[in-house]
Design a protein around this ligand. Structure first.
Ligand code: NAD
Ligand code: ZN
Length: 343
């Protein structure tokens, strides 16, 4: 399946195909006419897929740089290490980078690509569920710094995205959960069909499920490529999610899953959300084995005052009136500190 991201001169194809890695050579030749390619990968993904992909790219001269797996590689140190290795390999202006890995490798490689020679092309080959259904498209790249996530970065769209769902077979269960929370979020905010597919299919990620999930993000990125307005809808479940994530027991996607339930409960209490959404969402989360902790949003809502999206004393809560109908509701800091539900 092919999905097209329409961003004028920065448009690109997103290919979703089981076995796509076997067609890599032709796919890359279609968009890149130089000889050398530099693959950036991590210490988990590299041993699993690097040789296969290198062998497949028989018309190119392929180099690789492998960094330590994990969020800590989205750092200045690793950024510098990758740049140094690329320059040691004598990378030239205009030569292609490939991000082979999860969201960490995608964000890091994209940022390297955005800055080396003021911008070299890069292709995303996402291997985690989170990267396949979300982070590999949209062009947000960056690293963490000063104790803050994604604080240094750039918008840099890839030249192409190649997704092989077969790669998910080697993904650990916790990483699967992490992506699943965000995938279900896409269904909640923009795609009722995706939720129905999740409710009615086996617990297996198909090309169609990834396609439907990416459609939600694509539609939002196309109208708001620089994250000025509508892209905030992708934060559904995140305001509460970030707070419960802080105690360290839940992965980000699992926290978002709980955050979505809280946002729906809050919407129901305020008379703004269709009450049936709660049970439907809970059913899907349980089906995909996401840990549901039954938090009470009223107990943690005061902490949202410290949310990074607290702008001028107001926090924007992303709520849904029904699946597929998302909106923002601003609540002032003083209201939050004295929050009591009207019902
Ligand atoms: P990750 O890249 O750390 O991958 C998770 C783990 O799974 C890693 O240990 C990785 O080595 C391993 N892994 C990946 N694919 C595998 C496979 N096929 N088989 C076996 N192991 C595999 O984390 P992630 O969850 O993919 O991404 C999280 C990052 O994405 C965060 O840094 C987040 O800020 C970023 N993100 C970016 C965007 C964006 O729009 N750019 C959106 C959401 C998240
Ligand atoms: Zn998230």
């Amino acid at each position: 399946m092919i999905l097209k991201m329409n961003l004028g001169p920065n448009s690109y194809d997103i290919m979703i195909k089981k076995g796509a890695y076997n067609k890599m050579n032709e796919e890359i030749k279609a968009v890149y006419d130089k000889q050398k390619i530099y693959i950036i990968t991590d210490s988990n993904v590299g041993p699993l897929y690097l040789d296969k992909i290198k062998n497949e790219l028989h018309d190119f001269k392929v180099y690789s740089v492998c960094v330590e797996a994990g969020e800590q590689s989205k750092s200045f140190e690793t950024y510098k290490e990758v740049l140094t290795k690329l320059l040691d390999l004598e990378i030239k202006r205009g030569e292609l980078l490939i991000a082979l890995g999860g969201g960490v490798i995608g964000d890091l490689t994209g940022f390297v690509a955005s800055s080396i020679y003021r911008g070299n092309p890069y292709i995303q080959i996402p291997t985690s569920l989170l990267a396949q259904m979300d982070s590999s498209i949209g062009g947000k790249t960056g690293i963490d710094f000063y104790g803050r996530k994604n604080i240094i970065g750039a918008f840099k769209q890839p030249l192409k995205v190649i997704i092989d769902p077969n790669a998910l077979e080697t993904l650990p269960k916790v990483e699967f959960n992490n992506g699943m929370g965000e995938l279900i979020k896409h269904g909640c905010i923009g795609n009722r069909k995706l939720l129905d597919m999740l409710l009615n299919s086996d617990v297996k990620i198909t090309e169609e499920i990834i396609y439907e999930s990416l459609c939600v993000k694509k539609n939002i990125v196309e109208i708001d490529p620089f994250d000025l307005k509508e892209r905030m809808f992708l934060n559904f479940g995140h305001t509460f999610g970030h707070i419960v994530e802080l105690d360290g027991h839940l992965r980000h996607g699992e926290a978002v899953a709980n955050g979505m339930l809280m946002a729906i409960q809050m919407g129901i209490d305020l008379g703004l959300t269709n009450p049936s959404c709660y049970d439907t969402l809970k059913k899907i989360l349980l089906k995909y084995d996401l840990p549901i902790k039954n938090y009470d949003y009223k107990e943690i809502i005061k902490n949202t005052v410290y949310d990074k999206k607290n702008i001028a004393g107001e926090v924007s809560f992303i709520l849904i009136s029904d699946f597929g109908a998302v909106f923002a509701k601003k609540i002032s800091e003083s209201e939050l500190l004295n929050y009591e539900c009207k019902n």
